[in-house]
Design a protein around this ligand. Structure first.
Ligand code: KIV
Ligand code: ZN
Length: 487
């Protein structure tokens, strides 16, 4: 019997980027999109084109690079947004516009200040205009989870006639329980029949995003919207890796369905996103958390030695995690071994990137005894997503004696010229940023400073994320550094 495809719509680059601290630069977004394509995602929501020129540029560059996944841009139900979305994805091989407007009473009355009839008119106009750019139009009823089902049917009828091919029913505030989502999806899919695909987009405010998505599949949803590592607004979105592995592992229950996901690319995708955003999944996170395959108790270890299935329902290899081969290269490893290892990890580097990554690997190997797969993943990702550098840190000297005055002396190069300055501060960090302000001439406000270790050991490689704001009208700038010295 042929199994029905459940389309996986990944919104890591759009809803995921709305996670506090998760902003990514264009190079980073392109690398993520390439990895999502490799993962087998059907639709990549690459961003929100009208949000900023940077978003527009990232979407259009992804549209030109990715050919095996549909590239989608979000757009509010407004001509300006839809035109930006249509223009940004114009060069994609497969493209979709995703437009939305809220349909719950609370949103229509208080946020939009529009009547239900006005909302329908706006939605119809948005979908018809989007069809001038593409054949594939998704319409989302924002806050569908708290919308009147009669109104959901009415607006769906109208947008389907206008040309929408997918109707998405987001539980925007993560309020619903699985049986409620199941009932809504069943009623909507029986109502729309084969006129449109029913999709769900479940937020995780009550920790039910994945459960709600699975219940939706059981009841007629044929597209699921999700993110890698469950990133997303507030408590995040349903996690792609959990949905896909639940569908696969419980093939006895979901025997009529399959996805196009290559599950062996799940772990590399999760690491890439964590390395780029600096947001690590919680250690006990299902599927991709650091402890997801660790067996601590003696009884469990004994069982595992006798038969892995005693305590393991997923083989690590099925998600692309090689737990037997994590200790890798050292300072005597040559270029060929390095290249071969990267190939095994799924990286295909051009000569220039390979050379610079190898140089960085050698520098690291001088300071760090054991280099693990995760170190290499982080190092190569950092190298591949380097943004254009305007200021370059040449040296940094710190004084932080417990009874003295913390100070920092820094040398920075800009356009070939070096400038040195120093400052004292309320702590080392404060001294560093005061000195950078003096040299750069920009007064930044430090919004976030995060350090996560990439692998284990006292000499572990640290991924440092810094978020600095310059004024209230512009988005904060996020920088990532990778070094064994966290400062
Ligand atoms: O959560 C939500 O409702 C959304 C829509 C824009 C789809 O992200
Ligand atoms: Zn959302």
């Amino acid at each position: 019997m042929s199994r029905e495809i459940i389309k996986i719509f990944d919104t890591t680059l759009r809803d995921g980027e709305q996670s506090p601290g998760a902003s990514m630069n264009t190079e980073e977004k392109i690398q993520i999109a390439i990895q999502l394509e490799k993962l087998g995602v059907d639709i990549i929501e690459a961003g929100f084109a009208a949000a900023s020129p940077g978003d527009f540029d990232a979407i259009s560059r992804i549209a030109q690079r990715v050919t095996n996944s549909t590239i989608c841009s979000l757009a509010r139900a407004m001509d300006r947004d839809i035109k930006a979305a249509g223009d940004a994805i114009a060069r994609a091989k497969m493209k979709r516009i995703h437009t939305f407007i809220a349909t719950s009473s609370i949103h229509m009355e208080h946020k939009l200040k529009m009547t239900p009839d006005e909302v329908i008119k706006r939605a119809v106009r948005a979908v018809s205009y989007a069809r001038e750019f593409v054949d594939d139009v998704e319409f989302s009823c924002e806050d569908a989870g708290r919308s009147d089902i009669g109104f959901l049917k009415e607006i769906s009828d109208a947008v389907i006639v206008a040309g929408a091919t997918t109707i998405n029913l987001p539980d925007t505030v993560g309020f619903r329980l699985p049986h409620e989502i199941g009932a809504m999806v069943r009623e909507m899919s029986e109502y729309t029949k084969n006129r449109a695909i029913i999709s769900v987009h479940n937020h995780n405010d009550l920790g039910l995003g994945v459960a709600n998505s699975l219940e939706a599949v059981m009841n007629g949803a044929r597209q699921v919207e999700c993110t890698i590592n469950g990133l997303g607004e507030r408590a995040g979105n349903a996690a792609l890796e959990e949905i896909v592995m639940a569908l696969k592992t419980r093939g006895d229950i979901f025997s009529n369905f399959k996805t196009n996901i290559n599950t062996k690319e799940i772990y590399p995708s999760s690491r890439l996103i964590a390395n780029i955003t600096g947001i690590e999944p919680q250690p006990n996170k299902a599927i991709v958390g650091k402890n997801a395959f660790a067996h601590e108790s003696g009884i469990h270890q004994d069982g595992m030695l006798k038969n892995r299935e005693t305590y393991e329902i997923i083989r690590p290899a099925d998600i692309g995690l090689d737990i037997t081969d994590t200790l890798v290269l050292g300072k005597l490893s040559g270029r060929a071994a390095f290249k071969d290892k990267l190939k095994k990890l799924g990286f295909k580097l051009e000569d220039e990137a390979l050379n610079s990554s190898f140089k960085r690997f050698k520098l690291l190997a001088d300071k760090k005894k054991d280099i693990y797969d995760d170190d290499l993943r982080a190092l190569v990702t950092n190298e591949m997503t380097k943004a254009t550098q305007i200021f370059e840190l040449v040296s940094l000297q710190l004084m932080d004696c417990s009874n003295g005055v913390p100070s920092a002396a820094i040398c920075i190069r800009k356009e070939g010229k070096e400038r040195v300055d120093a400052s004292i501060g309320d702590g080392t960090m404060d001294a560093i940023f005061k000195t950078i302000d003096r040299i750069s001439g920009y007064e930044g406000r430090l919004m976030d400073y995060r350090v996560t270790s990439v692998s284990k050991g006292k000499d572990a490689l640290a991924n440092v994320t810094v978020k600095v704001a310059f004024n209230d009208n512009e988005p904060a700038i996020i920088g990532h550094g990778l070094n064994i010295d966290t400062m």
